[in-house]
Design a protein around this ligand. Structure first.
Ligand code: ADP
Ligand code: MG
Ligand code: MG
Length: 895
């Protein structure tokens, strides 16, 4: 007989069965509670049901494993013993919260129910025990509302509406408050809650057909099911999709003894970060709400006080929190995000996790922690994510536009997530998604955001809310994405009915443009120009550390001298791919010159047309060589099928007829003849130069002449001439011979010294299979993984959108973990690459090997390139820092 599986782990009184290392099993929250308990921080006692239970629950048609009941009963008994109270007892009840918590943080996406254990009898016990009737009834009404809405699907709006009715009927007249004044929850008294509770129960009964459950066991199991069910709620599913969270089995459930932040004045609840999550400064950062419970802070219902004010209001409680901050940072050696409650002056920790931070803060914190001796340089490099680099180049409002800014200024809110955004105003998540899908940049304006809005928030370029603090739901979610966000803009009156918002007398309608500055909280009317900022000092420091670790070189894919300069400033160590054909699209003259070449009748005509192109190409190549002086520049000869260059409309064809001195009819039939059934597998790549070697001659001439010009200027030039779409060694040998013939003649004639390489692009499976033969003549290989992926999978990249998502979806075929055109398919395409490298290096031990597909700028793919022994990766200039980081991370052993 096998051992009984352990599904429940307890914590309390300084000891926990679990630990911080058990996130996958206990969820982030359960693991954090266990770890904090173990290191002696004040945590209320409780126990955690594992994520495995959730997994089994869904696998078995929402049935729990049979051992669960008994294990929960055992742990509840243990909890009751630790606390010295009994769940739902009529004299001195133990109350608990039932909390969700997945292995990866999903802020606000799943449910938590507070004050469980209250019923008509135990609520009186709580009154007796605390001497505070108002408090006890407030707790009970919250429990009925939360339990009803989350466990039983009672419409939350209806419960809220009833609460409002009681406020209007009873509280307002009692206070003699003006009709326009909002009545706060905290102004409702015990008698009024006494009126509210039976009404809430009646709603509960109407919707569920049952009385509100009085048995704490029924409540407990109802709440546990509610948490597990929230795992598959649409908002949680959307969040996991948007965040690309795959391979997590489910949520854990933590049952935790309640502590009360709503017990009179020296109580309260708060959320904080051990460092500033926006800028990364080593300052304590957070929100505190006195006399409040749970969600009050994060839901952004009231705007909370800062920690600074908290210190002034209750120094003794604040000092306990400062001590916890110190201990947790030195324990976890990373910035933490904390949730806490103060009950009558005593601090309790309710949650801790690694804090989400802005990209800028990620660099600042990592670099600071190295300087503080908390972490090593290797750890600092490993902590940066590709997303941090992407987000680092956040746009800002062009600071030279001071006057426009002043004129357009509308209002200021709280700067929740830095960066600037400009777009059209929308008032619902749904609209945001629709308009964004139609190609609009939109700014989502809400009174407050709720977890249901996450799809719309993701679609928006910026988020603006009227309520909430820096730790509100909107801020936390937006920060994770590096998305510009302003919250707590209290001057904002949002009118969902009329689809407008007002600030005093100013009015902005849906569809009008506004600009947000998330770094200052300022909101402007209209569209202000945005620019890219310079990278920070911390960024440069950290990238230098990454560079010191890595052996893989990073080059850039550039087509113009301008891009080459940019790439070099971002750290590129050469050009891995220059697509010569892109130069042809640059101007009318150029496109006309290449078109003449294409419609030429014979070799002589073609040479005339090519001669017109020669000086243009030479000039561009020289520009790139100058920008990359001293570094290698790989130039690929013409690649796309010729019909991509020719006009398919009558106007264009007539113009071409005129320019080339041919009839329109003639041009039209010539172009029709270029049509191919399968252009990607057609007359393209090196096949063009096999048919028309004049093209090769011209391009090689342009490259070598440009190089010689630069040599004369005293520059070091390292040209690498690359033939695309190679399938065979004989084919390559022919092209290589012709390339050298042209190049060597020019070099000899010049009397100068110039070393150049000739190599093959490996992007057909046949070339990969037969790479040894190709390497006999090729001095370098460059893997073109876009085509290689397409041809290895037999999946057209341009048509894959219709079905490839099903291949990635973990609930469907789950063939790939990620889109193979985004992250290299290491299993399949990767195998071909490894084989090709192995055979290639056997034939030529100093074969230079790189990659120039999109994958060269993707974190996981770059790490793969390092592992299989490539010399370099090449990617678009803005991805160069990501490739540098990935290469650095890949070189750090054991992580
Ligand atoms: P979320 O995952 O949405 O943050 P939590 O389970 O952390 O949900 O609960 C939200 C809030 O409810 C907590 O931040 C805390 O303020 C409050 N809360 C949860 N459990 C307790 C408890 N045992 N005692 C007091 N407050 C609690
Ligand atoms: Mg929480
Ligand atoms: Mg290709």
């Amino acid at each position: 007989m096998g051992e009984v599986k352990k599904f429940v782990f307890s914590f309390g009184a300084g000891r926990a069965e679990g630990s911080g290392a058990m996130k996958a099993l206990l969820g982030g929250k359960g693991a954090g509670l266990a770890e904090m308990t173990n290191i002696g921080l004040p945590v209320p006692a409780g126990f955690t049901l594992t994520t495995e239970v959730c997994d089994l629950y869904y696998k078995n048609n929402k049935q729990y494993p049979p051992e669960l009941k008994e294990q929960v009963a055992e742990h509840l008994a243990r909890l009751e013993k630790t606390v010295g109270k009994v769940l739902g007892d009529s004299k001195d009840p133990l109350l608990v919260s039932v909390r969700s918590g997945a292995p990866v943080s999903m802020p606000g996406m799943m449910e938590t129910i507070l004050n469980l254990g209250l019923n008509d009898k135990s609520v009186e016990g709580l009154v007796q025990k605390t001497g505070d009737r108002r408090f006890a009834l407030d707790a009970y009404r919250r429990f009925i509302m939360m339990y009803g809405a989350t466990a039983k699907g009672v419409p939350h709006d209806e419960l809220e509406e009833t609460f409002n009715q009681v406020k209007e009927e009873k509280t307002r007249p009692r206070l003699g408050a003006a009709a326009t004044k909002r009545i706060l929850d905290s102004e409702v008294n015990a008698d009024e809650f006494g009126v509210l509770i039976p009404r809430l129960k009646a709603i509960y009964k109407r919707h569920t057909g049952e009385e509100f459950p009085q048995d704490p066991q029924v409540q407990l199991w109802g709440a546990i099911a509610a948490v597990f069910d929230s795992w598959s709620a649409p908002k949680a599913v959307t969040y996991r999709e948007v965040e690309k969270l795959t391979g997590i089995v489910g949520t854990a459930v933590s049952v935790v003894q309640m502590v009360f932040g709503n017990l009179a004045e020296r109580s309260g609840t708060g959320v904080c970060f051990t460092r500033d999550p926006n800028h990364g400064d080593n300052v304590f950062y957070g929100d505190y709400l006195p006399n409040a419970q749970g969600e009050d802070v994060v839901a952004g219902i009231r705007t909370p006080m800062t920690l600074h004010d908290f210190e002034k209001a209750d120094k003794a409680a604040y000092d306990q929190l400062v001590e916890v901050r110190r201990r947790l940072e030195s324990h976890y050696r990373d910035m933490q995000d904390l949730e806490f409650t103060v009950e009558e002056g005593k601090l309790y920790m309710l949650q801790c996790r690694t804090g989400k931070r802005s990209p800028g803060a990620a660099f600042q914190i990592a670099v600071d922690m190295v300087k503080e001796g908390l972490i090593s340089k290797a750890e600092a490099v490993l902590r940066i994510r590709d997303k941090d680099i992407e987000g680092l180049f956040y746009p800002v409002i062009d600071p030279s536009k001071k006057a426009e800014m002043k004129q357009a200024w509308l209002v200021q809110g709280i700067d929740a997530v830095p960066g600037a955004a400009t777009g059209k105003v929308v008032f619902s998540a749904k609209q945001a998604e629709l308009r964004a899908a139609a190609g609009d940049a939109v700014i989502l304006v809400r009174r407050e955001t709720s977890p249901e809005d996450v799809g719309g928030m993701h679609s928006a370029v910026g988020i603006l809310t009227a309520t909430g603090g820096k730790t509100s739901h909107a801020a936390v979610v937006a920060r994770g994405w590096g998305k510009c966000c302003i919250v707590g803009c209290e001057m904002l009156e949002v009118d969902y009915e009329d689809k407008v918002f007002r600030v005093g007398t100013a009015l902005v309608r849906e569809g009008e443009e506004i600009t947000l500055n998330g770094s200052t909280g300022d909101v402007y009317r209209g569209r202000l120009p945005l620019i890219q900022p310079e990278p920070s000092e911390a960024f440069n420091t950290l990238m230098a550390w990454a560079d010191a670790f890595r052996s893989l070189e990073v080059r850039a894919n550039v087509d113009t001298p301008y891009d080459a300069v940019k790439a070099r400033t971002l750290g590129a160590q050469g050009v891995g791919l220059c697509r010569t054909e892109h130069m042809f699209f640059d101007s009318e003259d150029r496109i006309l010159a290449i078109r003449k070449m294409i419609v030429a009748e014979n070799a002589e005509e073609r040479v005339v047309a090519l001669n017109a192109l020669l000086p243009l190409q030479r000039e561009d190549f020289a520009g790139i060589f100058r920008a990359m002086a001293g570094l290698p520049v790989t130039i690929r000869l013409i690649d796309p099928p010729l019909h991509e260059f020719v006009p398919h409309d009558e106007v264009g064809q007539k113009a071409l007829a005129k320019a080339s001195g041919k009839t329109f009819e003639h041009i039209r039939t010539r172009i029709e003849r270029l049509h191919e059934q399968n252009p990607m597998l057609g007359h393209r790549g090196c096949r063009l130069c096999i048919t028309y070697p004049e093209i090769l001659d011209m391009q090689v001439k342009a490259i070598i002449e440009a190089a010689l010009i630069c040599v004369r200027e005293g520059l070091e030039v390292i040209p690498e001439i690359m033939h695309p779409l190679i399938i065979d060694r004989r084919e390559f040998a022919f092209l290589e011979a012709r390339t050298r013939l042209v190049a060597d003649a020019l070099i000899q004639e010049s009397g100068l010294k110039l070393h150049y390489l000739v190599g093959a692009m490996i992007e057909t499976p046949r070339a990969a299979l037969l790479s040894g033969g190709i390497a006999e003549k090729a001095e370098f290989f460059s893997f073109g993984t876009n085509d290689l992926t397409q041809m290895t999978l037999g999946i057209s990249r341009d048509d894959a959108g219709r079905f490839l998502p099903d291949y990635v979806d973990e609930h469907r075929a789950a063939v790939f973990r990620q889109d193979p055109f985004y992250t290299l398919d290491q299993e399949g395409v990767g195998k071909l690459i490894e084989m090709a490298i192995d055979q290639g290096r056997r034939a030529r031990h100093d074969l230079e090997i790189g990659i120039c597909g999109e994958h060269g700028g993707e974190l996981e793919s770059v790490k793969f390139c390092h592992r299989v022994g490539m010399n370099y990766v090449s990617c678009s200039p803005y991805r160069v820092p990501i490739a540098r980081l990935a290469a650095g991370q890949a070189s750090i052993p054991h992580h």
